[in-house]
Design a protein around this ligand. Structure first.
Ligand code: HEM
Length: 395
């Protein structure tokens, strides 16, 4: 444990090394301090077992994310299943799939392209992490609430919501204290605005979906119109959408900048497959799915730098893992997604290299390989509906 604290800046590399030296599973005995044992594993058989049987997010997880209040994301198994049915109904809606390309188009046109053009003309250096966080925050906010936060504009305007989210993310990482800024943040009152504008609003978004479902008369759906419930679930979406995809894009560009051959191949594929649009920035969503090499590069980036580097679960009852380790309700289980992406047993001896080619399926290089979630856990098991071909579109 002292090593873990001292090496927090390279925590996941250290975990990967220790796991590799211990057949993929270690049990940290910390009972003198917290009365909690922690089992860290990257063993695919353990991962498969934990993700498919009686394990849940648990009380510590709930504590770390307590600012999410009534959100489905932090609920225990039975409540969570109920809520998930409802959330999935949203992703199945055709309107959702129709509105996503519009949201991306809007965010590119109003935010990303003007900002990039400006910095090019001014010969400015820009912080890509800040750029992509703002890009994804605006896109996710539009998807969640129908409102454009406008945090990605020339000059990077001050965005209180962005700062509050950064503070909260840091607090969760260190799990020491939780800031409650979001509720008081003036950007955060989209829920009230939506109550007021419900009738006049034409576009499709998550808030509108919840409110329209609540117009039904069942007790369960009335709950979906309660402000605390709505704020909690919208906040979850903002975190889930911004941090993950913002981190992915940042790492992708880092990896491309250090691998010029990959950059050339991505550009070549775009030139060959995409018919030049009238205006150079707007591709059709259907055309994007033909960019197999680009999608492989994104997936390879997810393998090496998964935006969710660990997934945490609690056993509901005593259990023995396939590796033979005994766990009980007090054992915290950490599935180390980051270490799994760097295991030679899964990816081969070149697992440390950035090689999009490893994802291209053999026959005619026509598609991206599917790897089961017990070996490639970057999406956990929650993105069944939006994963595979669709997740790229969702970004
Ligand atoms: C690169 C992109 C993404 C990655 C790698 C990713 C990864 C993950 C992972 C690993 C989890 C499970 C966490 C756990 O079980 O503890 C999760 C949950 C979730 N993600 Fe994503 N995600 C991505 C993008 C998005 C986007 C764009 C959205 C929506 C705008 C989203 C919405 C959600 C939601 C709502 C949950 C919680 C579902 C539940 O309650 O079970 N994610 N994501």
């Amino acid at each position: 444990m002292p090593t873990v604290y001292l090496k927090s800046h390279e925590l996941y590399d250290k975990m990967t090394q220790v796991l590799a030296e211990n057949k993929g599973t270690i049990l940290l005995k910390t009972s003198w301090f917290t009365n909690l044992d922690t089992l860290v594993t990257s063993d695919p058989t353990n991962v498969q077992h934990v993700m498919s049987s009686n394990y849940q997010r648990g009380s510590e997880f709930r504590k770390a994310f307590d600012f999410l209040g009534d959100a489905a994301f932090i609920k225990d198994l039975h409540e969570w299943r109920e809520e998930k049915k409802f959330t999935h109904a949203f992703y199945k809606e055709n309107q959702f799939h129709n509105s996503t390309p519009k949201i991306i188009h809007h965010t590119l046109e109003k935010g990303l392209i003007p900002v990039l053009d400006h910095s090019l003309h001014q010969n400015q250096v820009i912080n890509l992490q800040n750029l992509f966080n703002r890009y994804m925050l605006d896109a996710t906010c539009l998807l969640a609430t129908g409102f454009d936060l406008g945090s990605l504009r020339v000059g990077f305007p001050k965005a209180p919501l962005l700062d509050a989210m950064d503070d909260m993310a840091e607090a969760v990482f260190f799990d020491i204290f939780c800031l409650k800024e979001f509720g008081g943040c003036k950007d955060g009152d989209y829920v009230s605005k939506k109550y007021e504008n419900q009738e006049t609003c034409e576009d499709f978004d998550v808030l509108r979906f919840y409110l329209s479902e609540a117009a039904g008369d069942s007790k369960k759906s009335i709950k979906h119109a309660e402000k605390t419930f709505l704020v909690a679930n919208i906040t979850t979406l903002l975190f889930a959408g911004r941090d993950t995809s913002g981190a992915l894009l940042t790492w992708l560009f880092y990896l491309i900048s250090t691998n010029p051959l990959v950059e050339n191949k991505i550009l070549e594929e775009i030139r060959q497959i995409i018919s030049p649009p009238k205006h150079y920035i707007f591709y059709k969503a259907e055309e994007l799915s033909k960019l197999v090499y680009l999608q492989s590069a994104l997936t390879e980036s997810l393998r090496l730098f998964p935006p969710v580097p660990v997934i945490i679960r609690d056993p509901i009852r005593e259990d023995v893992l396939p590796s033979g380790h005994k766990v009980d309700q007090k054992t915290k289980i950490i599935l180390c997604t980051y270490a799994m992406g760097r295991m030679p047993e899964i990816w081969g001896e070149d697992c440390g290299e950035f090689k999009p080619e490893r994802w291209i399926s053999g026959k005619g290089s026509s598609g991206v390989k599917h790897v089961a979630s017990n070996s490639f856990l970057a999406f956990g098991r929650v993105h069944g509906l939006v994963r595979a071909e669709k997740w790229l579109l969702l970004e």
